[in-house]
Write a protein that binds this ligand. Structure first.
Ligand code: G3P
Ligand code: CA
Length: 247
């Protein structure tokens, strides 16, 4: 599925179907596709040997049985030593920390993928050899540029992506008090603004849309009452741990 084919409102499976399955793992992504989600969100970091892996934190500690920073571990160590599974009511499920390439292969032509590039990935230096360039190159190699939104809280990452690609779809993540990023949206020619939903008002949403014509897709909305209020206020959809409540 391409971004242009998305039907609104979009219920984007945050870290996969993470209310049932271990976040950012293949079981969570497969379950989200099986449920019929048209958009899936995930987070990426880079290992010591430059493998792009799907994990939220900059360490293995919270979501796996492994320890230490992602950037201090080789992918083979993460593969063999870190279990990203969890205990479900039906028993324990084991899962690997996936490589981005595996998830791209899974979702190709099936759903839009929002790749959130974690802030820690950014390093000063040559744009063309950067981690962002590697992530972009992988998506281009898979011929999926029109199926992916790249987002980041680190706006230097987005600026670098735009220098590297005129066509990449960029999502501006913001946290804290929602301030519509009108100037940055124009500078980046961004696809969308991804604000936190707390304190996000109809006024913010309308102002942003009026001045940019772009989409607002807040995170992470799990309560139906809040969801319908946001939809009435004009959002294009939202990220949710529980897409099963909305689909
Ligand atoms: O991309 C939306 C959301 O995932 C951003 O916050 O911390 O859940 O990655 P976080
Ligand atoms: Ca995320």
């Amino acid at each position: 599925m391409k971004l242009l084919e998305l039907k609104e409102p979009v219920f984007a499976a945050h870290r996969g179907l993470s209310s049932f399955f271990p976040e950012n793992t293949m079981p969570a992504f497969i379950a989200a596709l099986n449920l019929g989600c048209s958009m899936i969100e995930l987070d990426v970091g880079i290992t010591k040997d430059n493998e792009i892996v799907v994990i939220h934190d900059d360490t293995l500690d919270r979501t796996t049985t492994g320890r230490g920073k992602i950037s201090d571990n080789f992918y083979s160590d993460i593969f063999y030593k870190a279990d990203a599974g969890k205990i479900l009511s039906s028993g324990k499920i084991s899962a690997k920390v996936p490589r981005l390439e595996e998830v791209l292969n899974l979702v190709k032509d099936r759903a839009v993928l929002n790749i959130e590039i974690k802030s820690e990935v950014y390093k000063k230096g040559d744009d063309k050899k950067s981690s962002e360039a590697m992530i972009l190159w992988l998506v281009e190699k898979k011929n999926m540029i029109d199926q992916v939104i790249f987002s980041s809280f680190n706006h230097k990452i987005l600026l670098r992506l735009r220098e590297l690609s005129k066509t990449a779809n960029l999502g501006i993540l913001t946290s804290g008090e929602p301030r519509p990023p009108v100037g940055l949206t124009r500078k980046l020619n961004a696809f969308s603004w991804h604000p936190g939903h707390v304190n996000l008002s109809k006024k913010h949403i309308r102002y942003y849309k009026r001045h940019t014509g772009k989409k607002v897709i807040p995170y992470t909305v799990n309560k139906p009452k809040k969801a319908s209020k946001l939809i009435k206020s004009g959002v294009s959809g939202f990220f949710t741990d529980c897409p099963q409540k909305f689909i």
